[in-house]
Design a protein around this ligand. Structure first.
Ligand SMILES: NC(=O)c1ccc[n+]([C@@H]2O[C@H](COP(=O)([O-])OP(=O)(O)OC[C@H]3O[C@@H](n4cnc5c(N)ncnc54)[C@H](O)[C@@H]3O)[C@@H](O)[C@H]2O)c1
Length: 264
């Protein structure tokens, strides 16, 4: 496939939480479609490993590590990215943490960290990039939400709260920027086969049974893949989605549409 037929040819992207899991998958996919991609995560060496993966495959990427909850780190990383690639066309606010527990069981430090990363981090990274996007005539922002922002699921109250907030933020931001060229959408995955899921399962008493339950919970009959989330992000980042803003895309195998079968 020639360069000019790639879906993100000539575009600059930034993906947060891109050192592993879904963020890494999005970064690899965007780079394969011709984007120059900033790899943002906590650990510089882990970011660089993704850059090296992308470079080996003939793509273009830059390590821009930062704790997204820290304004100074975000500004420094953004300055590095802007100097190398210019304004960002596509931002994926993907980094998140997921403390477990019902609300009263969630430690204050974990609650605060969840808000600091999932919400403050999204704010800080967006705030840093939007002026450049506006000056360049527009862009696409994708917030990584979750099925937990739409449906009640037990044991992850603080996390679910932030994911619901990201869906509200998507709507609010889309109205602020629709007339100025920036599209803002969110993606709400169901359960995805990822390191986050593996970590969660490893901490349970019967991981195999639980994994089966997760598969069965989704009407399609299995959990999703990282690539299936990356595909939707690719569409939203590309010009193919030029009339799409303020939307939440459920990538959940039908989970959010499922009703309950009445029991006898
Ligand atoms: N895996 C799932 O089943 C699932 C389902 C729905 C939504 N999601 C969402 O998808 C996104 C990615 O999930 P994942 O499964 O790949 O998770 P993950 O834990 O594998 O990856 C998250 C990445 O974010 C990074 N990160 C955490 N705090 C950060 C910070 N302060 N600054 C910079 N980077 C930071 C981590 O280092 C990690 O590399 C998250 O927003 C998550 O909520 C995941």
């Amino acid at each position: 496939m020639g360069l000019n037929t790639m879906r993100l040819a000539g575009k600059v992207a930034l993906v947060t939480g891109a050192a592993r899991g879904i963020g890494r998958g999005i970064a690899l996919r965007f780079a394969a479609e011709g984007a120059s991609v900033g790899i943002m995560d906590l650990d510089a060496a882990a970011c660089q490993a993704v850059v090296d993966d992308i470079t080996r495959k003939g793509g273009c990427a830059l390590e821009v590590h930062a704790d997204i909850s820290d304004p100074a780190q975000v500004e420094a990383a953004h300055a590095k990215l802007a100097e190398r690639f210019g304004a960002v066309d596509a931002l994926v606010n993907n980094a998140a943490v997921m403390p477990a527990g019902a609300l009263h069981e969630t430690a204050i430090a974990d609650f605060d960290r969840c808000l600091a990363v999932n919400l403050r981090g999204t704010y800080l990274v967006s705030r840093a990039l939007i002026p450049g996007m506006l000056a360049a005539g527009g862009g696409s922002i994708i917030h990584m939400a979750s099925i937990t922002g739409l449906r009640g699921l037990p044991g992850i109250a603080a996390y679910a709260m932030t994911k619901g907030a990201l869906i509200a933020l998507t709507r609010a931001m889309s109205t602020d920027y629709a007339g100025r060229g920036i599209r803002v959408n969110s993606v709400s995955p169901g359960t995805i086969d990822s390191p986050m899921l593996h970590d969660f399962l490893a901490a349970q008493s019967d991981p195999d049974r639980l994994r089966g339950d997760f598969d069965a919970m989704h009407p399609i009959g299995r959990v999703g893949t990282i690539e299936e989330v990356a595909n939707v992000c690719l569409f939203l980042a590309s010009d193919e989605a030029s009339f799409v803003t303020g939307s939440n895309y459920e990538v959940d195998g039908g989970l959010s549409s499922k009703g309950e079968q009445p029991q006898d």
